[in-house]
Design a protein. Structure first.
Length: 249
């Protein structure tokens, strides 16, 4: 498994549209001695790549088959409809699924939304990928409902998108094997969760502190012996004996 040999390393897979750059930069700042390798994988293969131990962790979209995996949801994506720029949908800032009821809505095989039933009229065939579906939208064949990050990933100048208020949403999550929560894995979990470098989890072990003498051991100093009869008074000085007025002869 990556990172298991004598030279530690960490391999992170991610699905299209997810941008792990900020977390990778933080990793390089905190652990420059441990290489982090990025691998882009398809949504269909993401979970299986971790189970096959081809990668230490993966950034994927939920819902997915999570058997044998830990998964931490990180954020929820906005769902949008991708349309040609001259489509009637562009007149609104936001649409609903009911607004798409009469439209032909494409449903690619790598769809990441958990539909009970996709909106609109179904196409005769399902496109193989989201990229293929975007190309069909550009050709005037139907519309496409996807997470906003995928609409941005497949951006075209002749297309635009609008948020769909009541559509299902996908969540981006960090997933890894249940029995593989290593120190490096804990460190990456801390980064994506925003922990500081000084937090208890996800940090490199501190160097052992130098041994110090027990608190009760103190340098032995001779005790001062108190004087008997109190402090001596200096004649004529502060605290000395006051002399009375001289008697005239």
């Amino acid at each position: 498994m990556p990172g298991s040999d004598d030279s530690p390393s960490f391999t992170l897979a991610y699905v299209p549209g997810v941008t792990p750059g900020k977390w990778v930069r933080t990793w390089h700042e905190r652990s420059p001695e441990v290489p982090l390798t990025l691998v882009q994988v398809t949504a269909a293969d993401a979970a299986e790549r971790v189970r096959a131990r081809d990668t230490d962790a993966v950034l994927l979209r939920l819902p997915t088959d999570r058997s044998g995996l830990h998964a931490i949801p990180l954020y929820t994506e906005t769902t949008v409809v991708v349309v040609p720029k001259d489509h009637v949908v562009t007149a609104a800032d936001e649409v609903s699924l009911a607004d798409l009821a009469d439209e032909l809505v494409l449903h690619p095989l790598d769809d990441t939304l958990d539909w009970e039933r996709p909106p609109g009229r179904p196409a005769l065939e399902r496109p193989a990928t989201t990229g293929d579906a975007v190309a069909l939208v550009a050709a005037g064949v139907g519309l496409l409902v996807v997470p906003q990050s995928l609409a941005r990933l497949h951006h075209r100048r002749d297309l635009t998108y609008r948020p769909v208020a009541d559509a299902p949403q996908s969540r981006v999550a960090l997933a890894w094997l249940e029995d593989e929560t290593t120190d490096l894995m804990e460190q990456f979990i801390g980064i994506v969760r925003g922990r500081t470098v000084n937090s208890t989890r996800g940090r490199r072990p501190a160097e052992p502190a130098k041994s110090s003498p027990p608190a009760r051991q103190q340098s032995k100093q001779p005790k001062a012996t108190p004087r008997r009869g109190g402090p001596r008074r200096q004649p004529g000085g502060k605290g000395g004996r006051r002399r009375g007025p001289r008697r005239r002869s």
